[in-house]
Design a protein around this ligand. Structure first.
Ligand code: ADP
Ligand code: MG
Length: 627
């Protein structure tokens, strides 16, 4: 029996006891022993666990818990002959605690469910062509696995043989199956639908995408939302104040000549009325529900703080390559300088790019493979973010990169063929040795299918500034950007990583900024932005680390939905806090200065707590889902 069931059992027992007492009072006179048994059951089931926890807090961590207030109030009620009211208090208290626990558990489970989806074993294809079943934890990079129809992918890898469709909804939330042929990436915890696929393991269990993200997200749970911290801080201080205040009320009333039971009754009423249960629960109930709803839609927040900040974001800045575009670029034209062959250009370029994680590198390698070109051996490779890459081959230093790199090397790419290449608005990669250019390739970068609609949806959701920032050249940036509905002044090209940071800074002067990116060259901007959003599946590890939000889904329209969810969440938090504090003020005033009856204080207080929890749980019903 898990924690949730145990709590629910205790709550039901408390409510049962309360039921007996209520029947006795309002319906028919039950035998006294039965009524008494009901009250005892309710006090034990509802009060003992709370008392136990409160005492553990008190003596373990020297912290006063609100649970303690509730238990004291219930005991005081019994003492003044209002055991029925005490029972109502315990029953409602127990119920709201159980509901809250469920809500919190749901959020955690949404993420943990991803873990549970991983199969225990995999079918490994050995060198002799035999298939054997091995534990997933034993898989090593390079192993070949057979995925039968209906099988879950055990770790991240690449398809090497076969064709079929994979259901990636477990991680991206997208119902539409994704076609996979040789060369395609497959991710842990997704489901192979019909075909038989052979995959090559590229990441071990511990490094696989989902495991990594879960780790990042769970570690980051410590990043509490500001309002969450407020309600905790408030709860801790206020509990002491309420306890002291109630004792003071009791003492003053006795001093004023009240009878002892009357004074105790009044003090208990004030205690119940003033207890801050609703204030303390209001924020986590909303935040956790929102975390859970967004996780189910493929948007992982590293903690509540990111949700609250996202709600205030007024500007979105997007990286181009790999973020607004697919990250599956294709090599088009290849130009060789005089005296060089296209095959040689591709051979050297593939050699140097085989050390890069950039999308351009992957495109070059695919082109080399398609044309049967074996990459040249290249060593001493160094990446120059947003410029290119340098290295050394048998003949000496070589480099590949954009115009910036070309200029840095003092090289010039002249001639009709290069001019023609530059006129196409595609990403260009020059290859050279010192000041001599060996050749160049054009790489076609295509926008993601969801990018245009995603940007439009963000504008509709109230984003005031949307800009694109890229290290690529302006012609390409303009073609892609205007195609996505951006204005020319919203498109920034030819940027170095530090330029992206500077532009984010400039935007930040006007309000909160979110930066969406995927690459190593985006890490600084992701960290600088108020909310960094990393493309989870295709993005680099560095980007993921620097960001506060990971988009598991490649569908950019999720961003607008996440934005709206964040705003709804902060609205609900404000409602909850306002309501909880307001209700408390009314009840306390009633308890202190008017003859507020204890049952009304109990129902007002616990009913308020319940409402606040339910209001937060509303967010659970809105998973970020497009269709
Ligand atoms: P974005 O900011 O749009 O993601 P990047 O900053 O990653 O683009 O890349 C900007 C430009 O730098 C590319 O268009 C390319 O010309 C050059 N570049 C970056 N990395 C490489 C590489 N590994 N090989 C060749 N060119 C590269
Ligand atoms: Mg990029």
């Amino acid at each position: 029996m898990d924690e949730d069931d145990r709590m629910m059992g205790l709550t039901l027992a408390t409510i049962f006891g309360l039921g007996l007492a209520l029947i006795d009072r309002f319906v028919i006179d039950l035998p006294d022993q039965v009524t008494l048994a009901g009250l005892v059951i309710a006090y034990l089931a509802g009060g003992v666990p709370a008392a136990w926890e409160a005492l553990a807090e008190l003596f373990g961590k020297f912290r006063l818990d609100i649970d303690l207030l509730m238990v004291i109030a219930a005991l005081a009620a019994a003492q003044v002959g209002a055991a029925l009211e005490g029972t109502v208090l315990l029953a409602l208290f127990s119920l709201s605690g159980t509901l809250e626990h469920r809500a919190m558990g749901k959020a955690r489970r949404a993420v943990e469910a991803l873990m549970a989806l991983r199969p225990e074993t995999a079918l490994r294809l050995d060198a002799d062509g035999m298939v054997s079943e091995v534990a997933v934890a034993e898989l090593a990079v390079g192993d070949r696995l057979v995925l039968r129809p209906g099988a879950r992918v055990p770790v991240d890898g690449r398809v090497v043989d076969g064709a079929g469709e994979v259901d990636e909804s477990t991680i991206t939330g997208e119902a539409e199956p994704v076609a996979k042929v040789a060369g395609a990436l497959v991710h842990e915890a997704t489901v192979n639908l019909h075909g038989v696929l052979v995959m090559h393991v590229t990441k071990t269990l511990a490094e696989s995408t989902v495991a990594r993200m879960i780790l990042l997200v769970t570690q980051a749970q410590a990043m509490k939302a500001p309002s969450e911290r407020f309600s905790e801080w408030f709860g801790a201080r206020y509990t002491v104040a309420v306890l002291v205040g109630s004792v003071a009320v009791y003492a003053v009333l006795l001093w004023l000549g009240w009878s002892q039971p009357d004074a105790l009754y009044r003090a208990a009423t004030v205690l119940v009325a003033a207890s801050p249960c609703a204030v303390v629960i209001s924020v986590p109930a909303a935040i956790l529900s929102a975390l859970s709803a967004s996780a189910r839609g493929g948007v992982l927040f590293k903690g509540g703080a990111a949700i609250e900040t996202l709600a205030t974001v007024r500007a979105y800045a997007f990286d181009k390559t790999g973020t607004l575009t697919t990250g599956r670029a294709e090599v088009g034209a290849i130009v060789a300088a005089d005296g060089q062959s296209e095959a040689e250009v591709l051979r050297l370029l593939a050699g140097i790019e085989s050390h890069s994680e950039h999308h351009i590198a992957a495109a070059v390698l695919r082109a080399a493979q398609d044309r049967g070109v074996t990459p040249a051996p290249v060593t001493e490779v160094q990446a120059a973010p947003s410029e290119g890459i340098t290295g050394r081959d048998a003949a000496g230093q070589i480099w590949a990169g954009n115009e910036r790199m070309l200029a840095r090397m003092g090289a010039r790419a002249e001639g009709a063929a290069f001019d023609a290449l530059r006129r196409e608005s595609q990403t260009l990669v020059y290859l050279g040795r010192g000041a001599q250019v060996i050749g160049a390739v054009a790489v076609a970068d295509t926008p993601r299918a969801s990018a245009k609609a995603g940007i439009a949806a963000l504008r509709a959701a109230g984003a005031q500034d949307i800009v694109m920032m890229t290290g690529d050249r302006r012609t390409v940036a303009l073609r892609i950007g205007t195609g996505l509905g951006l204005r020319e002044d919203e498109i920034h090209a030819g940027l170095l990583p530090e330029d992206k940071v500077r532009l984010v800074d400039a935007l930040a002067a006007k309000g909160a900024v979110a930066f969406v990116g995927d690459g190593v060259n985006d890490a600084a901007a992701l960290a600088r932005a108020d909310v960094g959003i990393a493309m989870g599946m295709a993005g680099s590890e560095v980007a993921l680390q620097a960001a506060e939000v990971a988009l598991l889904s490649e569908d950019l329209s999720r961003l607008a939905l996440a934005h709206q969810l964040a705003r709804r969440t902060s609205r609900i938090i404000r409602q909850n806090l306002g309501f909880a504090i307001g209700a408390m003020l009314v009840l306390v005033t009633g308890g202190l200065f008017f003859e507020l009856p204890l049952p009304v204080a109990v129902i007002g207080h616990e009913g308020g707590t319940l409402l606040v929890v339910l209001n937060g749980l509303r967010l659970l019903r809105d998973p970020i889902r497009v269709s």
